[in-house]
Design a protein around this ligand. Sequence first.
Ligand code: PRP
Ligand code: URA
Length: 213
Amino acid sequence: MYKDFENVYEITHPLIKHKISILRNVDTGTNEFRKLVEEVAMLEAYEAFRDLPLKNVEVQTPIEKCYSPMIEGKKVAIVPILRAGLGMVNGITALIPTAKVGHVGLYRDPVTHEPHEYYCKLPESLDERLVAVLDPMIATGGSLVAALDYIKKNGGKHIKILSVLAAPEGLENISKAHPDVEIYVGTIDRGLNENAYIVPGLGDAGDRIFGTK
Ligand code: PRP
Ligand code: URA
């Protein structure tokens, strides 16, 4: 839990903190940046999916039959917010290869910082799945609020956010608009600058993942 926000979980594991410090470094190149975002996503998923329901199934071992737990039901849908959320997908599918993947395309207007939607496609039976929304950056929170509005309109009920870095302003905005959604974040930074970038932050995550700057 973070301050008064019961739905926010800052993950304190040293491996995550260490990797985020390398992500912050302006000299970390695209190749390493991409790998680290995937690794942080995987470590966060380990924590965020702790409550996936299990069901005992019969298994024949080389020795005898037994009942052993496996994940129950329609399982998981992951929804990266384009572009930067794409950088987290492989880290999650490495752990949950059967996860369905939807996409929500949003970009922030550079002047107003308001999110604009340009592409959305979600898996079927969203209401029966745990929906993990992926975006490495929570700045004003506007992009995630818009993504959650869209996902809920399309049936999403049980939703968690996985993010690498957040500003308190963004966490507050998301928590007020969607108090039912759990937010797992690697680190919470000081705030936002005049361009609504996270400080100290790590810069533009999309550009650093895709090498576009
Ligand atoms: C970034 C980031 C988030 C958003 C966060 O995306 O990946 O989606 O900004 O800002 P907010 O919390 O103030 O909405 P951006 O719009 O830069 O698009 P990109 O991923 O395509 O670079
Ligand atoms: N989007 C980013 O990629 N970085 C920020 O600091 C804010 C929004």
